[in-house]
Design a protein around this ligand. Structure first.
Ligand code: GLC
Length: 577
């Protein structure tokens, strides 16, 4: 029986634009490994990984949204290859598209409201079909796309049978709250009149606010970010303060099995034994050759979405100043995002060959290689709820240079702080001066104190950021809301996969709008072979290949010295919501 059901818009490797996908992709696996069988459910997008898997239909039905009946199927990945059951909700007309949030040209889909409301109702409709004793013990909702569920189960008569199940809502990004006007209120399922106020914040419907009010527990992905939300959360500050009792800040883990320098198939040279400096030198050499950098100066990289939140707009001038000051370092950036920033980076690559290069792309394999080959990873974020990249970087021996915000503050103590806990270099203010100063500190340490750099690398690579360490914190939260989760002896994969029986639903038992045929469908076998993850190749000539479902255009800034990198299946967008 599934004890915890994670409900989300993203789940790696099926669908990912950022950290949300990584977390929802790994949390259920580690829950399950700890004996608490957990599953994830996301919409069925038309993306490469999803299209290549085999799915068994376990439920089909229909929900009414916007006076329209949406038929849907819930399907389960047949082989349980992720280490937990993954379900998708197939809603033809709403999700069978090649992007998660945006179309291939980068424009957001115009009907996101209808999409999320329908998805959430479909999930609940499916859960109603479980015999009560087989229902999950916790519904764990992630970000605004699933934020109406805690409210729906309490106040929509159609779903109230599920009200006894504790709901936990995790905020990965408080910038996106999913708000919409009351003129679209008719999209919601019928609800008790008294529950209207719970949807409202500032005169509009705000799903994130509704979840903060109605979920049994609210978590966010680091204690510092929780504190920051109380100070500044685009209007929700007083609500956060009011509801503080049920809030918890829990730093994310990383999937230490995927992010393992000793086994990672995406990097050029794996870590062998304790030989950190050989590992770093070889991987750095590979990167420097691809990008035409000299080998001696430190290599400082940025990886991520090129958006305001990530502070990436600070980089062009910081790097220009640094180069003009004659300091010795090379810079590499990888990501896509706002056009202004992308263009700045393109022109800098032409202006500073051998010092700066940019790959305007979303490329998981190249990202792994950059962590392995860089000396430093720069994260100047304006807002950073947790941040996973600094943890990936540390695991691969790249020392983080971060702004002191959110999860960065919690995971990267500065080397100058008393107590000898330092893991990297931190700066406080979002300014050219502070960022520039941090860079100079890093570079001077690299040139003048190589022994400190070696020591730091050793230290950060030995840190344990795995989920095993933090999973208990989530179990505590589940227990704090009365969920009767109980670790059981390891569930064999096959048994776990078979755990959820196909269900027949009685339409008549439901009060909701017009009848929809609900039957048990026979599994629909699809036999596309599973793709292996792509590996990085070092031939400088051949261009990167892109999966056809990839929704951003590959725009490498320079034509010379590009790495040949195959994107692994399933990568999608770089823009969050
Ligand atoms: C979002 C946040 C990031 C966090 C991730 C996973 O992408 O921006 O800081 O690490 O979610 O929780």
């Amino acid at each position: 029986m599934i004890q915890v059901l994670h409900i989300s818009a993203e789940c790696y490797p099926a669908a990912k634009t950022g950290g949300l996908g990584d977390v929802v992709g790994s949390l259920p696996k580690y829950n399950t490994q700890a004996g608490v069988l957990s599953a994830a459910i996301i919409p069925k997008y038309s993306l490469k990984w999803i299209n290549n898997e085999e799915w068994a239909t376990v439920y089909q039905s229909a929900v009414w949204v916007n006076w329209r009946q949406w038929t849907f199927r819930v399907q389960q990945e047949r082989t349980n290859k992720l280490g937990y059951p993954l379900f998708v909700v197939d809603i033809p007309g709403l999700y069978d598209r090649p992007g998660i949030y945006n179309d291939p040209s980068g424009s957001p889909y115009g009907d996101e409201l209808e999409r999320y409301i329908t998805f959430q109702q479909a999930v609940l409709d499916w859960l109603l079909s479980f015999p009560w004793q087989d229902r999950p013990r916790v519904l764990h909702c992630h970000d605004h796309h699933t934020a109406l569920i805690p409210w729906m189960v309490k106040y929509c008569p159609a779903y109230q049978q599920l009200a006894p199940i504790p709901t936990v809502f995790t905020i990965h990004n408080g910038q996106y709250q999913g708000a919409f006007g009351w003129n679209n209120g008719h999209l919601l399922p019928p609800y008790e009149a008294s529950a209207r106020g719970l949807l409202d914040w500032g005169g509009i419907i705000n799903p994130m606010a509704a979840a903060i009010k109605t979920a049994w527990a609210v978590t966010t992905v680091s204690p510092s970010y929780l504190y920051e939300l109380h100070q500044n959360s685009l209007g929700l500050e007083s609500l956060f303060r009011q509801e503080w009792r049920k809030q918890h800040g829990i730093v994310n883990g990383i999937d230490a099995q995927v992010w393992d320098p000793a086994t990672d198939p995406m990097i050029q040279h794996r870590m062998e034994g304790p030989h950190i400096s050989t590992f770093k030198t070889r991987n750095k050499r590979a990167l420097c050759e691809w990008f035409g950098f000299p080998h001696d100066p430190p290599l400082i990289s940025f990886i991520g979405r090129m958006v305001g939140e990530k502070g990436v707009d600070l980089l062009p001038d910081t790097i220009r100043r640094f180069i003009h000051a004659g300091s010795r370092a090379s810079f590499l950036v990888l990501g896509t995002g706002e056009t202004w920033t992308e263009n700045q980076f393109r022109s800098m690559a032409h202006q500073f060959p051998g010092r700066f290069n940019a790959v305007i792309d979303y490329n998981e394999a190249l990202a792994h290689q950059i962590y392995a080959g860089s000396d430093f990873l720069l994260m100047p974020s304006r807002v950073e709820p947790c941040g996973l990249n600094q943890m990936y970087a540390m695991r691969y021996g790249a020392i983080p240079i971060v702004r002191s915000v959110g999860g960065l503050k919690d995971t990267v103590p500065d080397i100058g702080e008393p107590g000898g806990e330092g893991r990297g270099i931190r700066f406080d203010h979002f300014s050219l001066e502070d960022a520039g100063h941090a860079l100079h500190r890093a570079v001077s340490m690299y040139h003048n104190n190589p022994d400190i750099v070696d020591h730091l690398r050793q230290k950060v690579m030995a840190l344990d950021f795995s989920w095993e360490r933090t999973i208990e914190r989530y179990f505590d939260v589940y227990r704090s809301v009365g969920a009767t989760i109980a670790p059981v002896q390891t569930v064999p994969d096959s048994e776990a996969a078979a755990e959820i029986p196909p269900v027949v639903k009685k339409t008549a038992a439901r009060k909701k709008a017009p009848a929809a045929a609900k039957t048990t469908a026979s599994p629909s076998p699809k036999t596309t072979a599973e793709k292996k993850p792509a590996t990085v190749k070092s031939t400088a000539k051949s261009p990167k290949t892109r999966s056809k479902d990839d929704t951003t255009k590959s725009k490498t800034s320079r034509t010379a010295g590009k790495p040949a990198v195959n994107k692994p299946a399933s990568k999608t967008k770089t823009k969050k919501q």
